[in-house]
Design a protein around this ligand. Structure first.
Ligand code: PAF
Length: 221
């Protein structure tokens, strides 16, 4: 697997490739990321991942500083999984970066509690697309709001990249796999898994829902 850290070098490398399937990540890779790589491998194209912990999308410095880092393991996992190249830029990628403002829909759902988060996501994704010029790029449905905002951004700006969404991978207890789960205590993990259980139950029983059922499950959370 080719490892590239300088973005100028990646741009030159990209010019030698016909098409590229691109998986952007912030590292600390797990099975969920590997399903993105697997999906990327199902197309006849060079498969490239990126690893960059983007400070622009953290509204809390301690969250950024404590974000789990496992670069050597990540590189080994990508290589073992058949990824063809990985782009690992340093913070110079942020110099003179074009700031993207997310639309107002980013102020709802999880954006409500993370001011500036989606501006930061769109800003870095736009920059990564500029460098890697992907034919297609892969995002998990786990981050559904992110996925929707990226799809809309690409459409509105006529970017020549196809956005492919990939199903969520879950732990045995139903919790969606996420690098951030490493920061949860055992009891918080257990609580978090109840969210999926409860939402699935509500979905499966949508025709016979009552306030009583909803309140009972609210108490579980
Ligand atoms: O989903 C992520 O890991 C990040 O938000 C992304 C898309 C790599 C941008 O930093």
């Amino acid at each position: 697997m080719k490892i590239i850290t300088a973005y100028q070098e990646f741009k030159e490398f990209r010019n030698t490739l016909e098409s590229i399937s691109f998986v952007p990540t912030m590292g600390n890779l797990h099975k969920g990321h590997m399903t993105l790589i697997d999906k990327a491998k199902s197309y006849d194209a060079h498969v490239s991942a990126s690893i960059f912990i983007n400070p622009l999308q953290f509204n809390d410095t301690s969250d950024f500083n404590n974000y789990p880092k496992s670069l050597d393991d990540d590189i080994a996992l990508l290589s073992k999984h058949g990824c063809d190249s990985v782009f690992i830029p340093d913070s110079s990628i942020l110099e003179n970066i074009k700031e993207i403002k997310a639309p107002d829909t980013a102020l709802y759902l999880c954006g409500m509690n993370r001011p500036g988060h989606f501006d930061g996501v769109l800003t870095i994704v736009n920059k990564l697309f500029e460098i890697t010029k992907p034919t297609r790029s892969f995002f998990g449905k786990k981050d559904f709001q992110q996925l929707t905002l990226i799809k809309n951004f690409v459409k509105e700006n006529n970017l020549p990249v196809e956005i492919i969404s990939v199903d969520t991978v879950r732990e045995l207890n139903g919790l969606a796999m996420s690098s951030r789960n490493n920061r949860l205590s055992e009891s918080d993990r257990e609580k978090a898994s109840k969210l999926y259980e409860t939402l699935s139950l509500i979905k499966d029983n949508s025709n016979k829902l009552s306030n009583e059922i909803i309140n009972k499950h609210k108490d579980d959370l």
